[in-house]
Design a protein around this ligand. Structure first.
Ligand SMILES: [Zn+2]
Length: 148
């Protein structure tokens, strides 16, 4: 993994391994439904803004998760995606393996009118995505976060 919110890739990898242990042992519930779009099939991840607090993971489908991490690189796609989600769309389920290619080829550079998904949710004013920082920042906890 690369650095995010000031947490190094090495730190993020260690936290991810810890999360996998917690989920595998059943101590913490494995992410099962996307907080943003409600997708419950395919790959569902645990997203962290603060890697020093792994228990704060937010369940996200692979599509919402990958696009969230592309928001600095592709701000216009991010803007359109957050609107598409607010309008009630849910992206089609994607496997872990196919998800990266699906986002790269079926979302990036494409019009929302052809994005794979259906309007299955009620229209909303805002979702979890709308509360995220639109620019890169250093999380206050990143400076003192120690490796496990
Ligand atoms: Zn989602």
């Amino acid at each position: 993994m690369s650095a995010y919110n000031g947490f190094s890739g090495e730190y993020r990898n260690q936290v991810q391994a810890r999360l996998e242990d917690k989920w595998s042992s059943g101590e913490w519930p494995r992410p099962a439904e996307c907080t943003v779009c409600g997708q419950a099939e395919g790959a569902i991840h645990g997203h962290l803004e603060d890697y020093s607090r792994p228990e704060t993971y937010v369940p996200l489908c692979i599509t919402c998760h990958l696009i969230l991490h592309m928001r600095y690189r592709e701000p216009s796609m991010w803007e359109a995606y957050t609107r598409w989600i607010r309008d009630g769309y849910r992206p089609d389920p994607q496997t872990q393996k196919a998800g990266f290619m699906a986002v790269k080829t079926r979302f990036s550079g494409c019009s929302p009118s052809v994005w794979p998904g259906e309007p299955v949710n009620p229209r909303r004013f805002a979702t979890y995505l709308d509360g995220l920082a639109p620019v890169k920042f250093i999380h206050p906890n990143a400076a003192t976060a120690a490796l496990f």
